[in-house]
Design a protein around this ligand. Sequence first.
Ligand SMILES: Cc1ncc(COP(=O)(O)O)c(C=O)c1O
Length: 427
Amino acid sequence: MSLIDRDRAYVWHPFTQAQVAPDPIPIASAEGVWLYATDGKKYLDANSSWWTIVHGHGNKHIADAIHQQFLTADHLIFAGATHSKAVEVAERMVNVLPKGFQKVFFSDNGSTSVEVGIKMIYQYWHNKGIKKKRFLAMEGAYHGDTFGAMSVGQRGYFNKPFEHLFFDVDYIPFPTEENIDDVIQKMEEFFKTGDFAGFIVEPLVQGAAGMRIYKPEWLEKMMQLAQKYEVKSIADEVMTGFYRTGTFFAINQIETLPDFICLSKGVTGGVMPIGLTVTTSEIFDAFLGEDTSTALLHGHSFTANPLSCSAVCASLDLFEKPETESGIQRIVVGHKNFLDTHGDNPIFKSAKQMGTILSLEIEIGEESGYFSSIRTEAYQYFLENEILLRPLGNVIFFNPPYCINQEELDMVYSHIMRFLRQCKSTP
Ligand SMILES: Cc1ncc(COP(=O)(O)O)c(C=O)c1O
């Protein structure tokens, strides 16, 4: 049986309607920005394998660190025990984050890092004996697929079967030049009720909604309001962390800090699963007490897995290297040049950049039959041209690993324009 046949027989894939989905790409190996398929084809990993692989595939420094850690201590219980790599991760994360963050809680993935943040907020108020029930989130948000994370995400198609089980969440619209004053006013009205326990937001870029970008000053205003009304805030940096927005974290671009930052995806360089929920001493102290009734009774078997932690440390080492910085700059400048040349083209409804993310919303008009299928068309076109790039609806976005070279960047830019010209004659 071929790999595909065996996959078809035994595997259940995420976000996939198995009855109609085309065969998955059978990938044999990966190196740098390239994925090599079993049939001899290769693909440039233009979205960094679900926005995770920040340093590229097969990074030797990370591989050596994991190997060494495996020989030292592979997996360890993390309740009532600790180990040097977890402590190093916590110390180093606190040091690279803005001042004020102090405590790191470990879980397994982006959804759990959010789930933990939400639970911490509700229990914080519970421990203080203050009743606050509601949460505020942003329309279009995606925070993961566990129940708490789904509750604070955009309601609709993806989570319809579970909707009756979600807790009470209100939403502010996605901010734009036109509505920002209304958004802030609406937020203040909500917060004035005094019933809001928490506020969660994807800072500066909404990922799954289609890499929607908004201004740091708007995020600043939101954080100021949350602070003013004592609403505990979460910056979900699962996607934006680790230089995706051009700064180490998106929150480096604002002054007023959230109470929580959630991290995953790029934390380990994208090669091992881990989730981090980082918060302040003020939050942590509210869980202290004489018995476990006020403690956070939450954990996972693989909490602070030493192999994952060793990958985090190795990835942080790489962020100290000039090659990483120059790789990030190459992408930032490449995206900027692309926008300077093509950004005004009417084929784009919006063409924006935030750091290493290029987000191109294609103008599809009201009911353009051809463009409504743009996601599938684009995906197929790029695959045929050795690029794995998964558009979100009518948004083509490019967020490659930082080891991409100029030639590879140019290849993707030119295929984006060739695809668009092929769809519609552009000036
Ligand atoms: C902003 C954000 N939060 C949370 C998640 C969920 O992360 P995971 O898929 O690791 O559970 C994602 C995943 O795309 C995300 O983009």
